[in-house]
Design a binder for this molecule. Sequence first.
Ligand code: PAF
Length: 284
Amino acid sequence: MRVIKTVKEMEGVAKALRRSGKSVGFVPTMGYLHEGHLSLVKAARRENDTVVMSIFVNPIQFAPGEDLKKYPRDEKRDMELAEKEGVDILFIPSVKEIYPRKNLTFVEVKEITEYLCGGKRPGHFRGVTTVVAKLFNIVMPDRAYFGKKDFQQFKVIKKMVEDLNTDVEIVGCPIVRERDGLALSSRNIYLSEEERRSALSLYKSLILAKRTIESGEKSVENIKNRIRDFIFSFPHVKKIDYIEIVDQNSFEVVEYVKEGDLIALAVFIGNARLIDNWVVGEEL
Ligand code: PAF
């Protein structure tokens, strides 16, 4: 596995790969890798000649007061995991490499970023789309892989490449869960053992929602109330950031749930802000 730390070197390698006609699958990450990230590498490995992964904790997608400073990092372990999984090129730029001077240009997807995480974390998606657009320009991949745990992020990036005519296929991959259902997240490291048990309330509340819908309930208000009461029955639930049932393309709230709608949750368990979701009718 080749480790690249500068934009210049990465651009040179990307150009050579393009010229050679080899397809490039790209997995952008913020590191602290887990099986969720590795499932993206597996998908990229299956579908491309070369797999590039980036590790970059992007400061401009964190608001002041969020967890940028304490975001978990372990470069040595990440390198071992990436290599073991078959990553060919690991791009680990510094903040100075990606933002050498004051950044005056931003990529912003409107409307669908006003809901859910976009509504609760103003500026977050602008930071994500800006860095992803920059990484796409540097790496020049054929395909890029994103986990559907960040369902809104996946849709926002799909819309960005559509609107900007970026020649990258965006591939969404299923949520990877622990055996007991907890969705994998680098932020799970913030949880104590007891808080982890409460973190399971997110997944379990989605199961409850699924059963409620299967039993014939269609009212979004009633389903949301059941989810809320269920989550609050667990200790260590500091705050429910949102429970929403929305159209999976527009992200606008719906009144009556139907197949294909998205049930999305963001909950603070202790100090960790955790998200999870389920597309109604899909496997859970
Ligand atoms: O999902 C992430 O890890 C990040 O938001 C991404 C896509 C790597 C951009 O910084």
